[in-house]
Design a protein around this ligand. Structure first.
Ligand code: C2E
Ligand code: MG
Ligand code: MG
Ligand code: MG
Length: 278
């Protein structure tokens, strides 16, 4: 039963499973070569408004391993973090996503923004600001079209440093989202100290939003508080129409999820943009 046949990437490596030492070393070695061998691919998942119009996309990394098939980020991102490989890989993702976005804007004559995930390790890098500026410079993408997704925990590691870096980029026009919001421990009033443009409501609340009263209440509270602070909300993991309607009613403006589109290749994303009215 091969990985390719399963269609879900290599079945052996699951999130729950600790990789055996040998497998880990093998994976680590091949990850080292993945960038040079052109095995990394950036996928794009649409971000839509309440009328299902595409406003932008999130860049999501995939590893097309020659033997293992498509390896999911939940397997190799933690490994890339531990080894530090996430730094060159993350820089490559940033540059690729900016270049692709600039191309799509030109091709379709429309304004699109791209959201790029930054890992804690990347965020800690002293030259983060220069690295982002470089990606903008070589792509020619307007800074306003780039959103960086950070997690609560990565900015809380060193809040003072985070504020300095985020402010420097914000002054250039770059915006920030808090990813997986609601899963950390920080309160919104504390997060207000950071220059944050968007909160992404974690998928776990959205997926239970129809069945679970508590999750509904959490979503309502996040949206209401964000609105009072003039912060945008994005719901991630929207999988059906009922969830979309619930979120719409609560005043969530932007959504992302399989219901609107799965992460896809640049070419596929370019093609679906043709049929999506601005
Ligand atoms: P994330 O940033 O929270 O990204 C959203 C994840 O939810 C993606 O998983 C996406 O495919 C998935 N998703 C979106 N809509 C739905 C839905 O309706 N249902 C379900 N079940 N899932 C949905 P993915 O692509 O596997 O990425 C997982 C995580 O890996 C990301 O979570 C992010 O933390 C990390 N990641 C991905 N690409 C990068 C990258 O370039 N750099 C870094 N540092 N991390 C990345
Ligand atoms: Mg994200
Ligand atoms: Mg997220
Ligand atoms: Mg998430």
């Amino acid at each position: 039963y091969s990985a390719k046949e399963s269609g879900e990437g290599y079945r052996f490596f699951t999130e729950e499973m600790n990789l055996r030492a040998v497998e880990r070393m093998e994976l680590e070695n091949s990850l080292r070569n993945a960038v040079q061998n052109d095995e990394l691919v950036v996928y794009y998942q649409p971000l839509v408004d309440s009328r299902s119009r595409i406003l932008g996309m999130e860049a999501l990394l995939r590893w097309q391993h020659p033997a293992l098939g498509l390896v999911k980020p939940s397997v190799f991102i933690p490994l890339a973090e531990e080894t530090g490989l996430i730094v060159p890989i993350g820089e490559w993702v940033l540059q690729t996503a900016c270049l692709h976005t600039k191309k799509l804007q030109a091709l379709h004559h429309r304004s699109l923004h791209v959201a790029v995930n930054l890992s804690a390790r990347q965020f800690r890098e002293p030259d983060l600001v220069a690295c982002v500026e470089k990606a903008l410079r070589i792509s020619g993408l307007a800074p306003e079209c780039l959103k960086l997704e950070v997690t609560e925990s990565s900015i809380m590691e060193n809040p003072e440093e985070a504020i300095v870096k985020m402010t420097a980029l914000q002054e250039k026009g770059v915006r920030f989202s808090i990813d997986d919001f609601g899963t950390g421990y920080s309160s919104l009033s504390y997060l207000r100290r950071f220059p944050i443009d968007t909160l992404k409501i974690d998928r776990s609340f959205v997926s239970e939003s129809l069945a679970n009263q508590d999750d509904q209440e959490i979503i309502r509270t996040i949206i209401m508080m964000a609105k009072n602070l003039n912060i945008e909300t994005i719901a991630e993991g929207v999988e059906n129409r009922a969830q979309q309607e619930f979120l719409n009613c609560q005043g969530c403006r932007i959504m992302q999820g399989y219901y609107f589109g799965r992460p896809m290749t640049y070419d596929d994303f370019r093609d679906i943009l043709k049929y999506n009215l601005e």
